[in-house]
Design a protein around this ligand. Sequence first.
Ligand code: GLY
Length: 333
Amino acid sequence: MKRRKFIKNTALSSIGVTFGTSLLGCNNTDQKNSEEKIMATDNTQFPIAICTWAFTAANAKAGEELSKGKPALDAVISGVEVEEENLKNTTVGKGGAPDREGNVTLDACVMNPEGDCGAVVYVNTITNVAALARKVMEETPHVMLAGEGAEEFGYSQGFEKENLLTEESRLAWEEWKKSPEYKPIINIENHDTIGMLAIDKDGDIAGACTTSGLSYKMKGRIGDSPIIGSGLFIDNEIGGAVATGMGEEVMKTVGSFLIVELMRNGMNPQEACEEAVRRIVTKNDRYKDFQIAYIAMNKKGETGSYCIHEGFTYMKYQNGENKNIPSDFYHKG
Ligand code: GLY
């Protein structure tokens, strides 16, 4: 029996349960509230898919899969693949901007409702890195594989070897090398990492996060996106969160994990995203120079989003509608 259903059943038969909250030292009232939150879940609201930025087609794909009854993990992987394969997208997958040496390196992670996770970093020859991260989760005893090891494992699983540097990205890199100043761009072309969360018809939550990282990054640089707890975190009893933007700053506050823990302690997804952004901006007066955005969804299917600078939007698929929603932001000038 799945852990969520087990908890539901034991709560129904009035057997005292202790989960999650006890680790944080919460009192009985908090525990009761958490139980009520689970009991209040209304599956008629499901399925739902949300993703960072205006990745309309990717989110629609996930929604389509969920509507066919597919599990949340299948849906998010099919969804993010749309952008991994979009050669015009210079921040995710094939066609992504390279590092300073001209290497396109991809990072991704996935997490399923059972709390299992998989990740790959520094992948230079495989496009569908979220699917590869899933293979790491399902077919190996490890959580994360890097570089050549991840690629060799990928070929053994049937992934195709490809050159990820498109002619367009190569030309843009050649242009950049003429005055190679490294400066993060806020809301780069109005897209960045794709992070996606889905809750399926059974109310189970999964997520994926995939990126080519910062344009013209140092060779070997890894950001937040493949790091469980930073770029993505799911707890199927509570909800999930994903991040986009300057990965270094997300990692310092373990942003996605923080949001899920804040939701566990009673915040709704909007309040939790706002608090996670506040943790960054109050400790770092350089926040005016970089963007961070979070999206989150709880077990009831409530969603929220917050970012530092105006311009971030996210997609939400629910009841056959796929909407682009502008995020509220911290820096109001
Ligand atoms: N958030 C993507 C990165 O920093 O690599």
